[in-house]
Design a protein around this ligand. Structure first.
Ligand code: FAD
Length: 390
């Protein structure tokens, strides 16, 4: 029997093959080199100054549209994509958000619902990181209930004319292309909107106290005229955006455990070296109880993510199961970060340590891609057969 490994107490690495481990180590090394030394500074300044360069490097790693196939995408497994999300979010949720929105929302929408011409035009450049994408669903007055959106696309001859506002859109101001969801005569449709389109602008949202190393924007659509072929032809209705969200949420199930792992590791290190009352605080039973509970939730969460990944790879993952994972893992991750914060005492609030940054980032992760309450309602409906949404 192999010895107990404090970094992998359940032996979960046994579930991974050499290729999985290679991808995980490559992404971990990239984040250690390109993100970790700088991210506290970016976070403090509330900016992601090298976003275009980072996107190209992530493209070079195969991390953009990682589990999609063809069109320059890596064709990795869902488990491998999840491992990458975990490693990126262990650095910062903002970097993982960049990758999730690019690959699981913008590229996924075009890959699954786009025409061959749309795929050829956008996906290779998005996979390489040359073009950044965003995904506009949420509006100022419509978040959890996107079916009530007001953004409207009207036919004018063969053209489409879009009017409306989208809010809280990750990557918006730096995007070369936006996938925008709008009401039409036939129901909700997706549109591929090049950022240079007349009437389109994407002012950045400032004064965020969470996901500060991430670009978040408003999308303004004032009479944006698009050709007939700008619409995603293969989907009508909320099923379109919801299936993209299900894919992105799956990545979050893994990613949240990255933020938790980073905070847990900081807490263990600190508990072993910080002395009070003449001995390391890690030697006190109360601290050990915290660390033991954190480790239990962290590794249970990773095991859950892995299980969902295998189901996705087998084509057997249901949206309710993704809700299960997102609800549990983000909620537990934030709890782990908050407990880690207490172990670090006053140092826990400093940007010298990653803990508070992860905890505040996870406040956004708790809300976006379906709030805790929405996932409780999804599960509640699946468990009872009764719809409590409205
Ligand atoms: P609301 O829907 O107004 O909800 C407010 C509260 O009411 C929540 O607690 C909610 O759970 C609760 N609530 C609502 N309805 C019910 C109900 N029926 N029963 C019980 N409780 C209810 N959106 C995009 O489209 N693209 C993006 O790239 C994107 N990036 C984001 C990045 C960040 C940093 C953030 C913070 C958000 C982002 N979002 C994005 C938006 C995000 O998806 C929404 O914020 C989220 O869906 C919640 O919507 P809302 O903020 O309007 O809250």
């Amino acid at each position: 029997i192999p010895p107990f490994d404090p970094t992998d107490p359940l032996g979960l690495d046994d579930l991974l093959d050499p290729e999985d481990l290679g991808i995980r180590d490559t992404v971990r090394a990239w984040a250690a080199d390109r993100v970790l030394p700088y991210v506290a500074d970016w976070y403090e300044k509330g900016e992601l100054p090298e976003i275009r360069e980072l996107a190209r490097e992530l493209g070079g790693l195969g991390a953009l549209g990682m589990s999609l196939s063809g069109y320059g995408c890596a064709g990795a497994s869902a488990v491998q994509y999840g491992l990458a999300c975990l490693e990126l979010e262990a650095a910062d949720s903002g970097i993982r958000s960049l990758v999730s929105v690019q690959g699981s929302l913008a590229m996924y929408a075009i890959h699954r619902f786009g025409s061959e011409a749309q795929k050829q035009e956008w996906l290779p450049r998005m996979a390489s990181g040359e073009v950044i994408g965003c995904f506009g669903l949420t509006e100022p007055d419509h978040g959890s209930d996107p079916a009530a959106m007001r953004t409207y696309a009207k036919r004018d001859g063969t053209d489409w004319v879009l009017n409306g506002r989208k809010m809280w859109i990750t990557n918006g101001s730096v995007a070369g292309v936006a996938v925008v969801w709008a009401q039409t005569e036939d129901g909700i449709r997706g549109f591929v909107v090049p950022a240079g389109s007349a009437g389109f602008s994407a002012p950045e949202i400032k004064h965020k106290w969470s996901l500060r190393a991430s670009v978040t924007s408003e999308l303004v659509l004032d009479d944006v005229r698009l050709p007939a072929d700008a619409v995603l032809p293969e989907v009508t209705g909320l099923r379109g955006p919801l299936s993209c969200l299900s894919h992105a949420r799956y990545g979050i199930v893994w990613g949240a455990m990255g933020a938790a792992r980073s905070s847990f590791e900081a807490a263990v290190d600190y508990a072993k070296s910080r002395e009070q009352f003449g001995r390391p605080i890690g030697g006190f039973q109360l601290t050990q109880a915290k660390l033991a509970d954190m480790a239990v939730e962290l590794h249970k969460g990773i095991l859950l993510a892995h299980h969902l990944g295998r189901r996705m790879d087998a084509g057997r993952l249901r949206p309710e199961q993704v809700s299960f994972g997102k609800l549990n893992n983000v909620r537990e991750a934030i709890e782990i970060c908050r407990t880690a914060r207490t172990i670090l005492g006053a140092n826990g609030i400093s940007l010298e340590y990653p803990v508070m940054r992860h905890a505040t980032n996870l406040e956004s992760v708790l809300t976006y891609e379906g709030t805790v309450e929405m996932h409780q309602l999804v599960l509640g409906k699946a468990l009872t057969g009764l719809d409590a949404f409205r």
